[in-house]
Design a protein. Structure first.
Length: 298
């Protein structure tokens, strides 16, 4: 399911086609598993996304600290292109922050995502090194976020200017949290007014079982709708819904205020495919899919 024009043609940007609920929702994680697109291919693909009719839905190109050299080489080969908006992903923790910021000098740094086992230490380093205009998200391993551990981490972050980050999937079944675990995170953030982003496993709109891997994937529409809940049982019920039409109807019924509450909470998620989430939304009637622009005969 694509929802994008066939044949590689991309309609030009048409402002206002993307509803507020989906603006800036899809961070471009094309170079990460399972997509693993080479950096040299990811850069022009990202620029095409940013020039397309759905550009308002697309966030920055995400790049790991260890691949910034490749990214610099790929952009240096371009002629006359605008500065690239990049989200820095730092799986090695605070030690990567200073060198990554230095290596990212050729780019417009749109955000930092810092993995850590110590939220307080990460906040202190971000306070010390991060330019004030650059947002950041802090990710802790899921095994540290059970019971009182979750509350302790969220309490540290709510007193900071930084978002939380939660991993919703991966390349093994164990990387996918169940509804109860994800609901605990979402409602813990909602109760504190703490914004967050998610990553991995969310490139489809609706909760489903992957027919090839058997992995249980959360749907990003489920997460959007659950983001307004402060009760765990209610959030878990929304996360468990597998009927796309039920979710689409609930999305259409959202008020402007509800959309604001949801997006102030769930700010973005990383997806290795931009086409799949857009295609799902188009199939559910939640996003238009304009015809490609006419092209000259070649």
């Amino acid at each position: 399911m694509s929802g994008l024009p066939a044949g590689g043609s991309v309609p030009e940007l048409v402002p206002g086609l993307v509803p507020e609920l989906f603006r800036g929702l899809f961070d471009d994680a094309a170079v990460f598993p399972p997509g693993n697109l080479p950096v040299a291919e990811a850069v022009p693909a990202h620029r095409a996304h940013r020039a397309a009719w759905y550009a308002e839905a697309v966030g920055p190109l995400l790049c790991g600290a260890g691949r910034l050299g490749e990214l610099a080489a790929a952009t240096a080969a371009e002629a006359g292109s605008a500065s690239l908006r990049v989200g820095l992903v730092l799986p090695g923790g605070s030690a990567e922050l200073a060198p990554a910021l230095a290596a990212a000098a050729p780019f417009e740094v749109a955000g930092v995502e810092l993995a850590t086992r110590d939220a307080a230490e990460a906040v202190a380093e971000l306070d010390r090194l991060l330019p004030p205009h650059v947002p950041a998200a802090v990710e802790l391993p899921r095994e540290l976020l059970h019971g009182d551990g979750l509350d302790a981490v969220l309490d540290v972050l709510v007193d900071s200017p930084y978002r939380a980050k939660f991993r919703t999937g991966g390349v093994v079944a164990e990387a996918f949290p169940d509804e109860a675990e994800l609901a605990a995170f979402l409602t813990g953030c909602a109760q504190r007014g703490l914004p967050y982003k998610c990553t991995a496993g969310l490139h489809n709109a609706v909760r489903h079982t992957d027919p090839q891997t058997g992995f249980e994937h959360h749907g990003f529409l489920n997460v959007l709708l659950a983001a307004q809940e402060t009760d765990r049982a209610a959030a878990a019920a929304v996360l468990a819904e597998r009927d796309g039409e039920v979710l689409a109807k609930a999305v259409r019924a959202l008020t402007e205020r509800q959309v604001t509450v949801i997006r102030n909470s769930f700010t973005a998620f990383g997806t290795c495919s931009i086409a799949e989430p857009l295609g799902d939304l188009a199939a559910l009637g939640l996003l238009p899919s304009p015809a490609p622009q006419p092209q000259e005969d070649r």
